[in-house]
Ligand binder design. Structure first.
Ligand code: SF4
Ligand code: SF4
Ligand code: SF4
Length: 336
């Protein structure tokens, strides 16, 4: 492993942060554009086109659209970009572990920043296994609830009916309002999660996020895994301390855990060259860049395919959005 050039493993954490920051900036830009589109629908500003990427914040709608797509072959016409983003995240999870979490998700980036601050303040603690395991199962229980409600309880007719409700049409704006005008309870819960994250790194991602849990299920079957060569390991435990998934890398031969987000921080921190590596089927060793390259390529591939096959822009007209927003969302004070 050559550690002297720009693309060496030692630079990987820095490049990961740059990529995460770029996706976070894109997300903020999308949010800013959507805010102005929302204001326009309420006759409070100039027209700004609705950015389809905002539908990435609607995973429930995307899950419903995905089931409908599997059962009928029909693509969701209301929030197609949300469905494209959802399928991209699933494909990345299958081929490149939870690369969406490790290299794209802005919430994951926020979590990483908090972790870094926590480390500087010498705050992080490692939870004992008897607390960690039940806490980890929480997000899978939340996921199981959604899968039961959507995968089991709702048939195609029910899903189609829901997708065409005004509630689903304005779900992106409701999400915006959730962030713009959080309730006291929301502020309290979010503040608690942030404060806890300084002490227990990646608290939301590791224990509560059902989206990450779903990706973990797909990632479990991923052909790419981190491998540890026991013969060269000196048991320094640096890999365990850095791992955002809380995985005891130094005790594994192959990291199959659904908690692995493919961040490769363990490879970067390992002092022994060739001790940790990325391996695929039949234990073939791959360049570690394969995980981030696959992640970003699949992401862009899905986006461009959606764009050029007309599965990105909503089929709902801008005037229908405006009308429905005004009917469902506009508060008396918004109309002043
Ligand atoms: S676990 Fe959820 S919030 Fe965290 S990085 Fe993954 S998708 Fe984003
Ligand atoms: S960082 Fe490398 S050498 Fe240290 S325990 Fe982990 S795998 Fe072994
Ligand atoms: S095992 Fe390595 S690649 Fe996987 S989450 Fe932990 S540090 Fe990242």
């Amino acid at each position: 492993m050559n550690r002297n050039n720009f693309f060496s493993i030692t630079n990987l954490p820095k490049i990961r942060r740059i990529i995460l920051a770029a996706f976070t900036l894109c997300t903020l830009f999308i949010g800013w554009r959507f805010y102005h589109f929302y204001k326009w629908t309420l006759d409070q500003g100039a027209y700004v086109p609705r950015p389809p990427g905002v539908e990435g914040f609607l995973p429930i709608s995307a899950l419903l659209g995905f089931k409908r797509l599997l059962l009928t072959g029909e693509f969701d016409p209301i929030h197609p970009a949300g469905l494209v983003i959802f399928m991209a995240a699933l494909a990345i999870a299958f081929f490149a572990r939870k690369g969406f979490c490790g290299w794209i998700c802005p919430v994951g980036f926020g979590s990483l920043i908090i972790q870094n601050i926590g480390v500087r303040l010498k705050r992080p603690i490692t939870l004992p296994r008897w607390i960690d395991y039940p806490l980890t199962s929480l997000k899978y229980i939340i996921l199981a609830f959604f899968v039961y409600m959507i995968g089991w309880q709702m048939d195609v007719q029910a899903i189609t009916a829901f997708l065409h409700t005004p509630y689903n049409l304005v779900a992106d704006a409701k999400m915006l309002l959730f962030f713009l005008h959080p309730s006291g309870l929301t502020i309290a819960v979010v503040s608690c999660i942030i404060l806890i994250s300084f002490v227990i790194p990646h608290f939301w991602c590791r224990y509560l996020c059902p989206y990450g849990a779903l990706l973990g299920v797909f990632a479990f079957f991923s052909p790419l895994q981190v491998h540890r060569q026991a013969e060269t390991c000196i048991d320094c435990q640096k890999c365990n301390k850095i791992c955002p998934g809380g995985i005891q890398v130094s005790q594994q031969k192959t990291v199959r855990s659904p908690e692995c987000i493919g961040c490769l921080e363990c490879l970067a921190v390992c002092p022994k060259e060739d001790c940790l590596s990325v391996k695929g089927p039949v234990k073939h060793r791959y360049n570690f860049w394969l995980i981030p390259v696959l992640t970003v390529t699949l992401w862009c591939g899905f986006w461009l395919t959606g764009l050029f096959t007309d599965h990105w822009q909503s089929k709902v007209s801008v005037s229908s959005f405006k009308q429905t927003y005004q009917q469902v969302l506009a508060q008396p004070e918004d109309r002043k």
